[in-house]
Design a protein around this ligand. Structure first.
Ligand code: IPE
Ligand code: IPE
Ligand code: MG
Length: 227
């Protein structure tokens, strides 16, 4: 049997807060430690000849419910990560993209994101998509609205065209930290995605475990409703 191809990998990076708490640290330290995992996983994906897209859930439409101090810290960390990462995006030939509703973000964060998107536009080895202020329901609602505004029929193809990512199916979705739920991530794109859950907290997740999850994915039987 032929192995499955992994073109699009999506990850719910979860468990930063518990990782920090178990070490007697502030939750923000967990987010900081998680950045290193983002780097390692992104490099792994860039070096893998099959993987074209890596979508990382970084901030959900529901994460605004967290204490202001944590939200502010996450915004600061995001801006810094994207800015500091620019040379690495160029070195690894990675294109930077985002999905989600960007409207509430600060002008500083928006500027850094736009600058990084423009800088990396021509890169082609991997597209790293950060899901920011992202909610699957919000994305579908916005897509239907845009579809109607454009005078198009909101059928599968029509809605698909107006999603934040022009309809890229996800082959494999991984969630770390032991939670087994989607938390409003890519509801449309995950319809036939293979799912993998690990108890490892995001800051402890590494490429050895990622490799083994990917190898397991390759051996799975995907039917898409057929036999
Ligand atoms: C995931 O880690 C990162 C974000 C949601 C930004 P959490 O912050 O949810 O960590 P836990 O789940 O509380 O351990
Ligand atoms: C999902 O994690 C969002 C991100 C990883 C960005 P949460 O930690 O916010 O999800 P719930 O609240 O446990 O479902
Ligand atoms: Mg969590």
């Amino acid at each position: 049997m032929a192995e499955n191809t992994l073109r699009h990998l999506a990850i719910i990076m979860d468990g930063n807060g518990r990782w920090a708490k178990e070490r007697g640290l502030r939750r923000t330290k967990g987010h900081e430690a998680g950045i290193e995992t983002v780097r390692k996983v992104t490099e792994f994906c860039a070096e893998d000849p099959e993987i074209e897209t890596l979508t990382l859930y970084a901030f959900s439409t529901e994460n605004w419910k967290r204490p202001k101090m944590e939200v502010d810290y996450l915004m600061h960390l995001l801006e810094k990560y994207i800015r500091v990462e620019q040379p690495r995006y160029m070195e690894y030939d990675i294109r930077f993209e985002t999905i989600g509703d960007m409207s509430p973000f600060s002008s500083k964060l928006l500027r850094t994101m736009e600058e990084t998107k423009a800088l990396t536009r021509g890169n082609s080895r991997l597209t790293q998509i950060l899901a920011l202020n992202y909610g699957g329901r919000d994305e579908i609602v916005r897509a239907v609205r845009h579809c109607l505004e454009a005078g198009e029929i909101p059928d599968e193809a029509g809605i698909g065209r107006h999603l934040d990512t022009p309809y890229i199916d996800v082959d494999l979705m991984i969630r770390t930290s032991g939670e087994q739920r989607l938390s409003n991530f890519l509801l449309w794109q995950l319809s036939y995605t293979e799912l993998a859950f690990t108890d490892t907290y995001w800051p402890d997740f590494d490429v050895v475990e990622l490799r083994s999850i990917v190898d397991d994915f390759k051996r799975r039987q995907r039917n898409y409703g057929g036999i």
